[in-house]
Write a protein that binds this ligand. Structure first.
Ligand code: FAD
Length: 386
């Protein structure tokens, strides 16, 4: 076992950190207040390669392994989780689904744009009536000659108002999860509307939308995979997506650690720096331990992907564990970070409050903590609780 990074991985991490320290960290508070990042950062992030990681060079990406990808996601999570989510959804959930299940024509059509961020993707699975129970979604796709006609509604869709292509999961038969089919829907199609959801607790810099599909007509060539394969595509994308979320959470925990240490070294009470108080050190030690533990779980999952184990139960459980642990750790760490800051942690002049607001969604999306526990429990016992 060798947990050291290669020269290329170290170089990418340093490049990513340097870029984000200059281009994201100084602006994140304002973006959070504005409820939107400055979209001019997207092409700059693409130049660094964030959107092309693990997409092969022949489709305009950088290639690269998952170990490098999770380093990139960690750096994004450390700087601004809103940016990490934009990349994870477009490159990860959408790009990698196309890479894994698309025809050559679909790969040529979408991947070069996604890898360079001239096109953004969104992932439309959740609906008002089905979140954790995504296999029972109700959006319909009806075959009409050489086309499909899609009707339904999607909720909480990251990048929804910015995306060029929506990966939409719709029902082609009344057969539970086996009746779900995936479609690549251009967001400019007639009958497609995205409305932004404002007032989120955190991740305010990224767009979250409701999607309305009213008789959206797409050719059969827009179908991703076979009829009935959609739920499998969604779950396979989410398994990898969980590693991406978890890596972002590692970055968040790391940011909480650095921020807590810096503040504790600078703030004095009772005539000494608060970092000298054992109860403050305890909080810092807890964050530090969580950073290491979460990072190791993420690296293990990335390593399984790099060793071609994506479709295995071993990988799926490793991804669930990484996501469960890292997301809960992010909430714990951000909470500790606020505590270390005292009252200053409660106002947005300092980063601690944003860390907690951003961290809070991580235990909810891409499978709640309860769902991850059920998946791990099922793997351990062989009994499904769903
Ligand atoms: P519910 O499924 O209604 O769950 C409510 C509660 O019940 C949770 O605590 C849950 O753990 C619990 N629960 C549910 N079922 C069980 C069970 N069987 N056993 C025990 N407990 C259970 N979705 C997309 O498709 N694409 C996106 O890009 C996207 N981005 C998002 C961005 C944000 C900011 C947010 C908030 C959500 C996003 N989502 C997205 C949706 C997200 O994935 C769902 O919110 C999540 O899957 C949970 O579904 P739900 O909100 O309907 O909660």
């Amino acid at each position: 076992m060798d947990l050291s990074l290669s020269e290329e991985q170290e170089a990418f991490r340093a490049l990513a950190r340097d870029f984000l320290e200059r281009e994201a960290v100084p602006h994140r508070q304002q973006w959070d207040r504005d409820e939107s990042v400055d979209l001019a950062i997207i092409p700059k992030m693409a130049e660094i390669g964030f959107f092309g990681l693990t997409i092969p060079e022949e489709y305009g990406g950088l290639g690269g392994d998952y170990a490098t990808y999770v380093l990139g996601m960690e750096e994004l999570g450390r700087a601004d989780s809103a940016l990490r989510g934009i990349v994870s959804v477009s490159n990860g959930l959408v790009g990698k689904s196309i890479l894994g299940f698309g025809t050559e024509e679909q790969k040529q059509e979408w991947l070069p744009g996604i890898a360079t961020a001239t096109k953004l993707g969104c992932f439309g699975l959740t609906e008002p009536g089905t979140g954790s129970d995504a296999g029972n979604l109700t959006t319909r796709a009806v075959r009409d000659g050489g086309d499909y006609v899609l009707t339904g509604q999607k909720l909480f869709i990251t990048n929804g108002t910015w995306a060029d292509v929506a990966l939409v999961f719709a029902r082609t038969s009344d057969d539970g999860p086996r009746g779900v089919t995936a479609f690549l829907v251009p967001t400019g199609a007639d009958g497609f509307e995205a409305r932004e959801i404002k007032g989120k607790l955190g991740l305010r810099g990224q767009a979250t939308a409701e999607l309305f599909l009213e008789g959206v007509r797409v050719p059969a060539s827009a179908r991703l995979g076979e009829e009935g394969q959609g739920f499998k595509i969604a779950m396979s994308s989410l398994d990898k997506g969980r590693v991406s979320v978890a890596a972002g959470c590692v970055g968040l925990v790391q940011a909480c650690l650095e921020s807590s240490v810096a503040y504790a070294r600078e703030r004095t009470q009772f005539g000494r720096e608060i970092a000298g108080f054992q109860l403050v050190q305890e909080m810092i030690a807890d964050i530090s331990l969580d950073a290491d533990a979460a990072r190791l779980l993420v690296w293990r999952a990335a390593d399984l992907l790099d060793r071609g184990r994506a479709g295995t139960a071993e990988f799926r459980v490793a991804a669930s564990k990484a996501k469960l642990y890292a997301s809960e750790a992010a909430v714990r760490a951000a909470n500790h970070c606020i505590q270390v800051y005292g009252g200053a942690g409660y106002v947005d002049e300092y980063p601690a409050a944003k860390y907690l607001r951003d961290a809070r969604v991580m235990t909810l999306y891409e499978g709640t903590s309860q769902i991850q526990k059920l998946l791990i429990g099922r793997a351990e016992t062989g009994i499904s609780a769903f």
